[in-house]
Ligand binder design. Structure first.
Ligand code: ZN
Length: 136
């Protein structure tokens, strides 16, 4: 698939996730449930599993954070900067965008950032699988 087509596809995925997350934060898990049946094993999945009993404040925090990331990605799409690394201005590989649609940095810059001070973040994210960003 051409990069442009992939980006169109990612845009559709992001919009649907945004809508599902907005609904979930409003207490309606129907959309999350629908997305879950289509794309198992991702952040939505984890969020839904935790949401089955109740929407905990922690879950709401995770969803809010993902929602903010998604809205940021959609803004970047509108501005035409989506898929471009914020640090080195290089193209973020599609394989990374597909795994993490709201990535704003290429893997090299991400690693560099983590090396230079975000070690604590990685440490804590390992113990918190729900909403943890995948490394690609
Ligand atoms: Zn970069």
């Amino acid at each position: 698939m051409a990069r442009k087509d992939s980006l169109v596809n990612l845009h559709a995925i992001l919009v649907r996730r945004r809508d599902a997350l907005r609904s979930a934060l409003a207490g309606d898990l129907t959309l999350l449930r629908e997305l879950r049946s289509e794309s198992p094993g991702d952040v939505i999945d984890a969020a839904y599993d935790s949401a089955q009993d109740e929407i905990s404040s922690q879950l709401a925090e995770v969803e809010s954070r993902e929602l903010a990331n998604i809205e940021n990605a959609l803004e970047r799409m509108k501005a035409g900067t989506y898929g471009t690394c914020e640090v080195c201005s290089g193209k973020i590989p599609l394989v990374r965008l597909n795994a993490l649609p709201y990535a704003t940095m290429c893997i090299d810059c991400q690693r560099e950032l983590e090396r230079s001070g975000a070690g604590r973040y990685r440490e804590s994210s390992r113990e918190e699988p729900v909403g943890g960003e995948l490394e690609y």
